[in-house]
Design a protein around this ligand. Structure first.
Ligand SMILES: Nc1ncnc2c1ncn2[C@@H]1O[C@H](COP(=O)(O)OP(=O)(O)O)[C@@H](O)[C@H]1O
Ligand SMILES: [Mg+2]
Length: 291
């Protein structure tokens, strides 16, 4: 009992810390990615974001999948402008933030993500103060990225302090997830990579997938991954997508919602130790220069 109470107190303390950031500490930045496409990155980003927002955190979802961006479709909200307007100096960052359901905010990276990486230092310096304002809008920023071993995605992963790698229990998805982890493991600190198994048929299948994957990564890549948890295969997920209402809102009692809630609490409990200097640190790492 005593252990349980102290564990709960710790979670509550962590939650408070995340709401009341020290000045200059920056938002917590989480990158959601996968080896194979279609494994559930966007479904998880959206619903996890809403679940965290329900706990009182200010959550900003950033659609950084420039190939197949579809957060807007899942949220049933289409923002008028994307990041490229900010990079061209036509809009301020505040003007491109849209309100999503369940208390989350949402930014579309659009073609801006590619443009950002090609900018010169001078061009970047001119807009960086603008980008850093994103931080004022959020305690947690979730980047929903594309899939695969792509140089831009790899840079985003290396720059994020935390990355959630999503896979399904299917061997093809697992092989692709492993290829991705293999190519980044050497560059990221232990525990920064978190594994999430989506569409598991049972908790036993999910647990065994998680355990085996993490054991192989530890053995061959000498990297400790964090077992974040799983989401069961659940028709409420695709029903939510079809009616454009995230399942945590439209099916609050579904198995998938329960799984997402568990994951949200775990994330709040496992806050990274080191300060990541928020969006400024993220951008400077991503662009490989000091800002
Ligand atoms: N846990 C789940 N249970 C059932 N269907 C799911 C689950 N997760 C994802 N799906 C289905 O898979 C589709 C693709 O998911 P999505 O989140 O768009 O993947 P990604 O962003 O990785 O491409 C969704 O539209 C949904 O129908
Ligand atoms: Mg997606």
């Amino acid at each position: 009992m005593k252990d349980q109470a102290s564990a709960l107190r710790q979670i509550v303390d962590n939650l408070k810390k995340q709401r009341m950031r020290e000045p200059g500490e920056g938002a917590r930045i989480i990158c959601v990615t996968s080896g194979k496409g279609g494994v559930g990155k966007t479904s998880i980003s959206v619903n996890l974001g809403i679940s965290l927002a329900k706990k009182g955190l200010r959550v900003l979802l950033f659609d950084a999948d420039f190939g197949l961006s579809n957060i807007d479709v899942m949220l049933g909200v289409s923002p008028q402008y994307d990041l490229s307007y900010v990079l061209r100096g036509q809009k301020k960052i505040g003007e491109i933030i849209a309100e999503g359901p369940g208390g989350i905010s949402f930014v579309s990276g659009g073609s801006g993500m590619n443009v950002l990486l090609k900018m010169s230092e001078i061009q970047l310096a001119a807009i960086i103060d603008n980008l850093v304002l994103l931080e004022d809008a959020a305690d947690i920023i979730i980047f929903d990225t594309g899939a695969g071993v792509n140089p831009l995605i790899m840079r985003m992963i290396r720059s994020s302090q935390e990355t959630i790698v999503v896979t399904t229990p299917e061997p093809t998805a697992i092989m692709d997830a492993y290829a991705l982890v293999k190519s980044i493991a050497a560059d990221v600190p232990d525990g920064a990579l978190r594994l999430l198994v989506n569409r598991a048929e049972s908790s036993a299948e999910a647990e065994s997938t998680l355990q085996k994957f993490v054991a192989v990564v530890k053995l061959y890549q000498k990297t400790d991954m964090d077992l974040l948890g799983y989401v069961l295969d659940d028709p409420s997920v695709s029903r939510g997508v079809r009616i454009q209402q995230p399942f945590v809102l439209s099916y609050p009692r579904s198995a998938a919602t329960r799984n997402i809630e568990t994951i949200a609490w775990k994330l709040l409990d496992r806050r990274p130790e080191t300060a990541n200097a928020g969006i400024r640190g993220f951008l400077s790492r991503m662009l490989g220069r000091g800002l």
